[in-house]
Design a protein. Structure first.
Length: 296
């Protein structure tokens, strides 16, 4: 494989594009919004600058990584000539089905079609594609350039050859691929999301505050980040979407989203991306934090 298309320039998409480009692949980053493309490329540049400052990569490697990425706002133009397409659009069932139906019509039949979905059935997505055996889940973890795990999900029809190709490709990216089967939430989110939801329930029931709940999990369970802070980082809308997929798939009340989570999403408090979730990420709070550090 030499040329990779990545659909979606958001948090996951730009991270996936960055990772492939840094590993020497030619990358086509696609998004319908020019503004999203610009923001995604700015994020990649900023992350590369951070890596240079830490001595992880050289200035030359940074420039080569950026040079390996070409951007597109037209799906058809972007996927032409690619060996692999990785879809990293919003976690929305209808949107993903639509994208894969388009890819099936545009791409040659040998092109592998991967999705970065964190919960939606690979088998259902593949049902929209001619030759569904080439469809596979390639669930990267955030932040993509740093996190080692790639959850590889086989759909009902995914072929052995496609699975091996994607497993080997993940290793070539410096990742650790782990093969799992196609059930709602797969492994990562089937375990993670009920924990996050239970932490929100614990807050909702007044058992503890945000800081207290996260502190117990960080210091008591050796988690690097508390579940409420992690939910903010993932995006509360994404957490809600994943829980809904799991609840619909299993029909089990333990996956039902906490009413507090539902209300926060409806109110637009989505976490880091909106500037407020369980914590406040607004510019005023950032300025206040900087001021306190300076006064110290």
């Amino acid at each position: 494989m030499k040329t990779i298309a990545v659909i979606g320039a958001g948090t996951m998409g730009n991270g996936i594009a960055h990772t492939f480009a840094q590993s020497g692949f030619a990358v086509k980053l696609i998004d319908i919004s020019e503004k999203s493309i610009e923001k995604g490329m700015a994020t990649i540049a900023s992350n590369l600058d951070r890596m240079v400052a830490k001595g992880s990569i050289s200035e030359e490697q940074k420039h080569q990584t950026i040079a390996n990425i070409i951007t597109y706002t037209d799906l058809k133009d972007g996927v032409v000539g690619c060996d692999l397409v990785v879809e990293a659009a919003t976690e929305n069932v209808t949107l993903k089905f639509q994208i894969f139906k388009q890819l099936s019509e545009i791409c040659e039949h040998h092109v592998i079609l991967a999705t970065n979905t964190s919960s939606i059935s690979i088998t259902q997505i593949a049902a929209n594609v001619v030759h569904p055996e080439r469809v596979i889940g390639m669930h990267f973890m955030n932040p993509v350039p740093i996190m080692k795990l790639v959850e590889i999900i086989r759909g009902y029809n995914t072929s052995d050859d496609v699975t091996k190709t994607i497993m080997d490709l993940s290793v070539a990216l410096g990742k650790t691929p782990t093969e799992v089967n196609d059930y709602p939430g797969f492994v990562a989110n089937r375990i993670l999301m009920p924990m996050i939801n239970e932490a929100i329930e614990t807050l909702y029931n007044g058992v503890g505050g945000v800081y207290e709940i996260d502190t117990v999990m960080k210091l008591g369970m050796a988690h690097p980040m508390g579940p409420l802070q992690l939910a903010d980082f993932i995006g509360l809308d994404v957490c809600l979407s994943i829980l809904n997929v799991m609840y619909d798939g299993f029909k089990n009340p333990k996956y039902a989203p906490c009413p507090l989570l539902v209300n926060m999403v409806m109110a637009g408090k989505l976490g880091v991306k909106s500037g407020e979730g369980f914590y406040d990420y607004s510019e005023s709070k950032k300025a206040e934090k900087v001021s306190k550090q300076f006064l110290k």
